[in-house]
Design a protein around this ligand. Structure first.
Ligand code: BEZ
Length: 212
């Protein structure tokens, strides 16, 4: 059965371009982004892995570890990484899982037979420090994912884990956020000293609380 938000994600051991790993140990007490791609030596995947490598510092600042997976073997991954580094001007140093026996693909329901009987689709999972699933998205093989959007969601998840706020449509870090309905306006004024703007009783904004 597919994973749903709030589920504890399954652990696994795997062979990767960075050596053998235990998934939970690799994540430690940080956040994780596990994403599958259909195949090595394909153009869209090349750009996706390159983009993830170029955003290394952004992932590091947020305490997020990335991990890619496809059903190709390790030697193929290692050869392809050289091409990614050359063509995308990057250094891929996050692990790419060689999931030849499809163990990870099946655990995470990454093969959608009506799309492809053998290749993984573009699944992406954001996993919290509690090992629970915070977000999942599935893209078709023909559409590369937006890794700035992945970072934006992580910013929202990390903020809303600590404060009684939610983030509005198209929100980006630094912009005003929404006070959650469970907090009364009276309490919101006490909780959010930067101020609360009441548009409607259910629509209240406050400046992002965790920045100066
Ligand atoms: C790609 O990554 O470029 C790709 C992979 C499978 C189908 C179509 C495109």
């Amino acid at each position: 059965m597919s994973l749903r938000l709030g589920d504890t994600v399954p652990n696994f051991k795997a062979s990767t371009t960075a050596g053998d790993i235990d998934f939970y140990e690799y994540l430690g007490d940080g956040w994780g982004v596990l994403f599958s791609h259909p195949a090595d030596y394909t153009p869209v995947c090349t750009t996706e892995l390159g983009r993830t490598a170029l955003l290394k510092e952004e992932f590091r600042k947020r305490n997020v570890k990335a991990l890619a997976v496809s059903v190709d073997p390790l030697d193929k991954h290692l050869g392809w990484v050289k091409d990614i580094n050359e063509t995308q001007n990057c250094t891929v140093d996050f692990p790419i899982i060689a999931d030849e026996d499809r163990k990870v693909a099946e655990l995470y329901d990454m093969i959608h037979p009506n799309a492809s009987a053998t290749a993984t689709v573009r699944s992406l999972f954001i996993i919290g420090p509690d090992k629970k699933l915070k977000l999942s998205i599935t893209y078709p093989a023909s559409t590369g994912r937006n890794f700035h959007e992945v970072l934006r969601v992580i910013d929202s998840l990390q903020l809303t884990a600590d404060y009684s706020v939610a983030t509005p449509a198209n929100w980006n870090a630094g912009e005003d956020v929404i006070v959650v309905p469970a907090v009364s306006t009276e309490d919101a004024i006490k909780k959010f000293p930067k101020g609360v703007k009441v548009i409607k009783p259910y629509l209240r904004y406050t400046p992002q609380p965790n920045i100066d």
